[in-house]
Design a protein around this ligand. Sequence first.
Ligand SMILES: Cc1cc2nc3c(=O)[nH]c(=O)nc-3n(C[C@H](O)[C@H](O)[C@H](O)COP(=O)(O)O)c2cc1C
Length: 194
Amino acid sequence: MNHLVVYAHPNPASFNHAILDAYTSELKASGHEVRIRDLYAVPFDPVIVQSDYDMINRGTPPEDIRREHDLIRWAGTMTFVFPIFWAGMPAMLKGYIEKVFSLGFAYIFEGDRPKGILKGKKAVIINTTGGALNYYQKSGMIENIRQTIDGGIFRFCGFQVLEHRFFVGVPISTPAERSLMLEEVRGIARSLSS
Ligand SMILES: Cc1cc2nc3c(=O)[nH]c(=O)nc-3n(C[C@H](O)[C@H](O)[C@H](O)COP(=O)(O)O)c2cc1C
């Protein structure tokens, strides 16, 4: 299967990068085609401006958006690897979604009702947090994030969300805990292989 992995972390030495490496190595070892979109490395311009809207509304999105559309058309599964920043996604990834999941590509209107048109595609989301398990269990924040990201973005556009995994308390985790996390990441990749 064709896997497009969208990665959004500014630091190439981050734990998120270790997740990216573990995940994509395992996918490749299972014989999948893998393409990585490292948004900070591209670098992707995440700021949507009026001319983007104008071109999208005319049905001729600008080149930087069309390039991403081609990659998404190619993919059967999209995986998103990113840290939680201010209870959501980093601005870089939010901007990617704002620009790339555009009208006419990711959704259309039937009358006044929006309809996702990326049906048949699958999504996997892997997040890390600074907040500890205790905080996340008590606050309900994980469920809120699932609702806005899985529901508000991916299911809205027609994706089937296969997995949304949170690795919590990463900055306070031990090396042994991190290596277990990476083993889980490899397990997620293997689970997509059948
Ligand atoms: C700008 C910014 C905002 C953050 N906001 C949150 C947050 O809302 N909730 C949280 O649990 N952690 C937050 N964090 C902590 C990161 O999620 C955490 O450091 C990261 O997931 C650890 O992974 P890394 O080692 O790969 O960076 C934030 C970090 C930064 C830099």
